[in-house]
Design a protein around this ligand. Structure first.
Ligand code: PLP
Length: 400
């Protein structure tokens, strides 16, 4: 394949069609073998050593995963990738790799996925990784915190959950480069169609492929993409700790990724239409969507994101009219006829989630309030259905 210019084209062709003989399979097979041998044992020796490209033992990699890794690395503009069993294992692996030869101090964004905050505080902090939280929407505060704490690495998300703040990744990337700090970016909500963090100074990009990349609600997986100098750290950590994605999931993810740019374009367009309808709805108090002019980071989103794309996540506060928040939200969610009230995001179907009982359940109410997550806030992952059907279902449930 020569002309692999466009992301839509690369999503269909990269990683696939490795020649093994005189014939070539159109899609990458599911390689289930846990071990591999060669005609010459010397080649197996060189495979273990890393001087021969080829499989040896499944914890070190397998051809199905490698095809997926090549595909996602290509979409992100990275030099390599490592497919993991979940988004959380990818986040953990990226942090550990970033800190391998650094001060074990992490500067993390205040606005992070709930399970990530939990991992930082309940797993990594007790294991000796000191974490400081700061507002990544304030580059001056980040700059001051870097000077004060001298972190080995920084951790941020491109679009925060559930308030959908867009941090100025370009400014943060510039600080990271200038201070020689590793920058780990969880880009699950933005995907490589909307934003490619490596172009803005990130050293590690993480995805929960469970979401947009696989996209069909049937795979749990994650991936870390990185720059050439960081790949050896990633690979040796993965060999030592064994967090790899299984070959069946790698296959399903790869199948999903072929249509991801198409789905994502549609989801982003549906989100623009839905956010507009919600903002005009009498039962809606406030809408958070980076494509709306009143969003605090509208200018940052316009500067960083691909033209006309703002992601496909929306969150909004429902007017309570005297009802307790929880009852009001439950009534709305129970009244939905087509939109699915389930936990995930990024799937083909539109989904609604109540952060207070799910993604941010583990956080103390005080911590939630400090983050600005109100009790009447719901989060919407806009799917690929017809926008008018999504809007009609939300409308009837809001009136219930
Ligand atoms: C879902 C998610 C994760 C965790 O991914 P899993 O695949 O559920 O382990 C991490 N970060 C973000 C932003 C997510 O949305």
């Amino acid at each position: 394949m020569e002309a692999k210019v466009n992301l839509h084209t690369r999503a269909v062709h990269s990683g696939d069609r490795k020649r093994t003989g005189s014939w070539v399979p159109v899609t990458t097979p599911i390689h289930t073998a846990t071990s591999y041998f060669y005609d010459d044992v010397g080649d197996l020796d060189r495979s273990f050593e890393g001087t021969l490209i080829g499989p040896s033992y499944a914890r070190h990699g397998n051809p199905t995963n490698e095809a997926l890794e090549e595909l996602i690395a290509d979409l992100e503009g990275g030099s390599g990738a490592l497919a993991c069993a979940s988004g959380m294992s990818a986040v953990q692996l990226a942090i550990l790799a970033a800190l391998t030869d650094r001060r074990r101090v992490l500067l993390a964004a205040n606005d992070l996925y709930g399970a990530t905050i939990n991992m930082l505080m309940k797993v990594l902090e007790p294991a000796g990784i000191e974490t400081h939280f700061v507002d990544f929407n304030d580059p001056a505060a980040v700059e001051a915190a870097v000077a004060a704490h001298k972190p080995g690495a920084m951790l941020m998300e491109t679009i925060s959950n559930p308030l959908l703040r867009v941090a100025p990744l370009d400014r943060i990337g510039e600080i990271a480069k200038r201070t020689d700090t590793q920058l780990v970016v969880d880009s699950t909500f933005s995907t490589p169609l909307v934003l490619r963090p490596l172009e803005h100074g990130a050293t590690f990009v993480v995805h929960s492929v469970t979401k947009y990349l696989a996209g069909h609600g049937d795979v749990l997986g994650g991936i870390v993409v990185s720059t050439p100098d960081q790949m050896p750290f990633l690979r040796s950590l993965a060999k030592a700790t064994g967090p790899l994605l299984g070959p069946f999931e790698a296959y399903l993810t790869m199948r999903g990724v072929k249509t991801f740019p198409l789905r994502m374009e549609r989801q982003c367009a549906n989100a623009v239409a839905t956010a507009k309808a919600l903002a005009a709805h009498p039962s809606v108090e406030k809408v958070n969507f980076p494509g709306n002019a009143d969003h605090p980071d509208a200018a940052t989103a316009a500067r960083l994101f691909a033209p006309g794309l703002f992601g496909a996540m929306i969150s909004f506060q429902i007017r309570e009219n005297g009802a307790a928040s929880r009852d009001r939200i439950f009534r709305f969610m129970n009244a939905l006829k087509m939109v699915v009230p389930a936990t995930s995001l990024g799937d083909v179907q539109t989904m609604v989630l109540y952060p207070v009982i799910s993604s941010h359940r583990e956080l103390a109410p005080k911590h939630r309030a400090r983050l600005g997550i109100q009790d009447n806030l719901v989060r919407l992952s806009v799917g690929i259905e017809a926008a008018e059907d999504i809007i009609a279902d939300l409308d009837q449930a809001l009136r219930a």
